[in-house]
Write a new protein. Structure first.
Length: 201
């Protein structure tokens, strides 16, 4: 067995760490940092820009059947359990990543100051829970189609950005819409990195 630097396994057909002898996560010795905003309640009404990458940045969605699975799963997000407060804005499925804007309305009960503890961030209806459901659904359907049960489809985690104002929303929408043209011009993100939308004041 070989491991990619991002933690994805090559040719692995299991989804349990015990099966392959990988040490389970231990917060005392593993210090992988989250890019979540510390203390923020990700069920707070607002707009969230998320980026989800395939395992090892494999151009998985160049395959039309796999791309259709991802697109259908993204469009179905508002029908997921506990996702009644979620609406979709601009999105795009690229060969090795997905960009999308999730909108959370004020239908859910949240703390007045939008704060929470670390353990609450994946509660039902949060951005993390929605992204997790999407990733799981897509992985199951792709692995079923290609006959690779349990094989890793996605990179761990995801990138997110809390959209602060209309100007920033417009810039991110434009960034998402233009992503296919940039991909066609460069073939892939430079040096394996996700290009980020320009900063907006």
């Amino acid at each position: 067995m070989s491991l990619r630097p991002d933690g994805c396994t090559l040719g692995l057909q299991t989804n349990t760490t015990q099966d392959v002898g990988i040490m389970p996560f231990n917060p005392e010795i593993h210090h992988r940092q989250s890019n979540r905003l510390r203390g923020w309640d990700y069920t707070t009404p607002g707009a969230y820009f998320v980026t989800i990458c395939t395992c090892g940045r494999e151009p998985l969605f160049e395959d039309a059947a796999y791309r259709e699975i991802a697109e259908n799963a993204w469009r179905a997000i508002p029908t997921y359990p506990h996702a009644a407060a979620i609406a979709l804005d601009e999105y795009v499925v690229m060969p090795d990543h997905v960009h999308g804007i999730l909108l959370i309305d004020d239908g859910g009960a949240v703390e007045e100051d939008g704060r929470c503890t670390r353990d609450e961030r994946l509660r039902a209806g949060s951005v993390g829970a929605i992204v997790g459901n999407f990733k799981s659904l897509v992985a199951r359907r792709i692995n079923s189609l290609r006959g690779t049960p349990g094989e890793r489809v996605w990179q761990r985690g995801y990138h997110d950005h809390i959209i602060r104002n209309d100007r920033e929303m417009d810039a991110i929408r434009e960034y998402i819409r233009e992503n296919p043209a940039r991909w066609a011009a460069t073939c892939h993100a430079p040096d394996g990195e996700i290009d980020r939308p320009r900063q907006v004041g």
